[in-house]
Structure formats: structure tokens, C-alpha cells
Ligand binder design. Structure first.
Ligand SMILES: NC(=O)c1ccc[n+]([C@@H]2O[C@H](COP(=O)([O-])OP(=O)(O)OC[C@H]3O[C@@H](n4cnc5c(N)ncnc54)[C@H](O)[C@@H]3O)[C@@H](O)[C@H]2O)c1
Length: 326
């Protein structure tokens, strides 16, 4: 099997690639483990050197249908579609968000449709597909999607398209509707939620961190390892288990910014920690206020997609992954 990961140079793309490369196989349509002989990270950024010979990087733009078709080119392809303009970036550039998220998504789905198989496609959606401003603040799989951002709107559209392409038998899709994933290694990105990672990463490295929302702001987070396990689990589920609605809300912890700071201080108590400063950015605050603050992920539980125990275990896993020590 050839695995194509769009947005493969990104945070989750690299992590999924490393996890699948370490396993060497992933379940195919018959439910049996199938050897993966190639993992392609398709991204408009160079993904850099990988530790696994299975992984290669192809630089290309998701808005270029030919480039997408040139990597989704084998009937035994499976796809993780992760390339996206993220939340704050999409609010800043509406046209780019539509081109990359919608046209790019269609390019991926059409490339899959052109194959003689029904390739499995896992789409990363977001809990930004829900809207705030109306009760209930607690969402579940059945809550109507009324996104209040361009990012969330493009994700909601892709979710519907995945269902319809699957209904037509063009591909075998599944959607992971993800809360904010922490802790992103490296640098902040253009997601409005980027600070949820910075609040651990920067102080633990002795650097200062600015939180752009009031400390009592509540949001929903999930650990990076937990997401990667969940995405692979979702890929491996049989189509009949999912039925007509291919979207699964992933589990998350409902936490405040203050609780994240406290967790960072607990796991980093032996370090010289960087300062945390609050400087409210009204645009980021408004985006957060439009997102749900509690979720019920019953379907994920029934499908064997696990959640995290607590913030500290997420932070400790990050330290282990980023620094190679427990
Ligand atoms: N990380 C989170 O907290 C989170 C939460 C909810 C949903 N998601 C979704 O999960 C997916 C992966 O997230 P991530 O955190 O790894 O994001 P990321 O920003 O690290 O990775 C996205 C990748 O997409 C690539 N990309 C952007 N425009 C492109 C284009 N025109 N052509 C090709 N590649 C392009 C970027 O270069 C980047 O490497 C995204 O779809 C995101 O919307 C992430």
C-alpha cells in the first residue's frame, strides 16, 4: 500500500507518517494488516529528512490538481488529507482558504475517484466546524454544524463531501473532527489555538509565552499521541461500522488557560521556566468565543478511539517525544 499524507510536512502529518512507518503496516479494506511500502508527504513545504526509508517528501501545491494526481496514482493508495489553511490564517485570507481548503480538498477527492479502487481517505476536520453563540455550548456528534469562521465553514463542507463521495462509492472516507491538538513541537503556527501549545512548549524551554485570551478562557484539547492513534484507528475501521455519516468527533479535555499554565508548572517544576504573560488579542478571543467549550464524544468511545487522562500526561508525553526523555 502507498500512503499519501497531504500537509505531510506539518505537525500531524509527520507524526502520522512516523507512527505508520514504525508499524510498517496498516489495515486494508479487507481488515487485514497490509504492508506499507511507500509513505509520501505531499506539502508545499519541504518536509526535511526522515528517519525512515519508507518516507519521502514531494513538494507541490494542493490547489494543483495534476500535482495531487501525480502522487495519488496507485490503486492501492490510502490518503490522510491534512493539508489546510488553519483558523487564524483563514480569517486573514478568505480567498486562500477557499482555494486551499475547498479546491484542494476536491483535488484530493477527485484524484481518489480517478483510481480503480475505493481508497480510504481520512480527513482532518475541526471542532471549529461547530458554532458558538447559541446553546448548547456542549457539543456532540449530532450537534448541528453552524461554523462562525471561514476555516470552520470549509471543514464542514469537506465533511459533507466526504460523506457524499463515500455514498457514491468514489472513495471510502472518514472524518476526524478534532479539538485543539497539543503540544505542537517547534514554532507557533497561524492557528488561533497556537497558544495552547506555546503555553507548554515555550516556558518548558525557558522562554516567555504570551497568552492572547483571558486565563479563564475554556477550550477543548487533545494530546498529539492520542490524535495519531485515533487517526490510524479511524483509518482501520470497516466502512460498514461507520455507515452513512463518516464524521467522528474526537474526545477532548475541557480545560481553561489557567489550568494549562498550572499543568505546565507541575510537569516543569524542576526547570527554570519562562514567564507566561496575558495580552488579549481581540480577534483571537473572538474566535475562541465562537468555539464550543465542552464536548461529548460517545461515538469515538464506541469505535475504540480513546481520549487523554489529563493535561499532565499530555505534557509529559510531549517532553518525552520532543526531548527523548521521560
Ligand atoms: N493541530 C490542531 O490543533 C488541529 C485541530 C483541528 C484540526 N486540525 C487539522 O488537522 C490538519 C493538520 O493540522 P496540523 O496541526 O498538522 O497543521 P500544520 O499547519 O502543521 O500542517 C498543515 C500543512 O498543510 C500544508 N499546506 C498548507 N497549504 C498548502 C498547500 N496549498 N498545498 C500543500 N500543502 C499545504 C502546510 O505547509 C502544512 O505543512 C489540518 O487540516 C488542520 O486543519 C488540526
Amino acid at each position: 500500500m502507498k500512503l499519501v499524507i497531504t500537509g505531510g510536512a506539518g505537525f500531524l502529518g509527520r507524526s502520522v507518517a512516523a507512527a505508520v512507518a514504525a508499524r510498517g503496516s496498516i489495515s486494508g479494506p479487507d481488515g487485514e494488516p497490509t504492508a506499507v511500502d511507500e509513505i509520501v508527504l505531499f506539502d508545499n513545504q519541504e518536509a526535511g529528512q526522515s528517519a525512515s526509508p519508507l518516507i519521502s517528501s514531494v513538494v507541490g501545491d494542493i490547489t494543483d490538481a495534476d500535482a495531487v494526481g501525480s502522487v495519488i496514482d496507485r490503486d492501492d493508495c490510502a490518503v490522510f488529507h491534512l493539508a489546510s489553511v488553519v483558523s487564524h490564517g483563514a480569517e486573514q485570507d478568505f480567498d486562500l482558504a477557499l482555494r486551499v481548503n475547498l479546491d484542494g480538498g476536491l483535488n484530493v477527492f477527485e484524484a481518489c475517484r480517478a483510481l480503480r479502487s475505493e481508497p480510504r481517505v481520512v480527513l482532518a476536520s475541526s471542532f471549529a466546524a461547530y458554532g458558538g453563540g447559541w446553546p448548547p455550548i456542549e457539543v456532540d456528534d449530532a450537534t448541528k454544524l453552524t461554523p462562525q469562521s471561514t476555516y470552520g465553514t470549509t471543514k464542514a463542507i469537506l465533511e459533507l463531501l466526504i460523506n457524499d463521495y463515500s455514498r457514491k462509492g468514489f472513495l471510502d472516507g472518514r472524518t476526524a473532527r478534532l479539538p485543539t491538538v497539543i503540544v505542537r513541537p517547534g514554532k507557533p503556527n497561524l492557528a488561533a489555538s497556537s497558544w495552547c501549545s506555546s503555553v507548554f512548549r515555550e516556558p518548558l524551554a525557558g522562554k516567555q509565552c504570551v497568552v492572547p485570551v483571558p486565563l479563564e478562557t475554556r477550550t477543548i484539547v487533545i494530546g498529539a499521541r492520542t490524535v495519531v492513534d485515533g487517526l490510524i484507528r479511524l483509518h482501520e475501521l470497516g466502512a460498514s461500522t461507520l455507515g452513512a455519516d463518516r464524521a467522528v468527533l474526537f474526545p477532548g479535555l475541557s480545560v481553561t488557560a489557567a489550568e494549562m499554565v498550572e499543568s505546565m508548572k507541575r510537569v516543569g517544576r524542576d526547570r527554570s521556566l519562562g514567564d507566561v504573560r496575558v495580552e488579549v488579542d481581540p480577534q483571537i478571543e473572538a474566535i475562541f468565543n465562537s468555539w464550543p467549550t465542552r464536548l461529548g464524544a460517545r461515538r469515538a468511545g464506541e469505535l475504540g478511539i480513546q481520549g487523554d487522562i489529563d493535561l499532565d500526561s499530555i505534557a509529559l508525553a510531549y517532553i518525552e517525544d520532543a526531548e527523548g526523555r521521560p
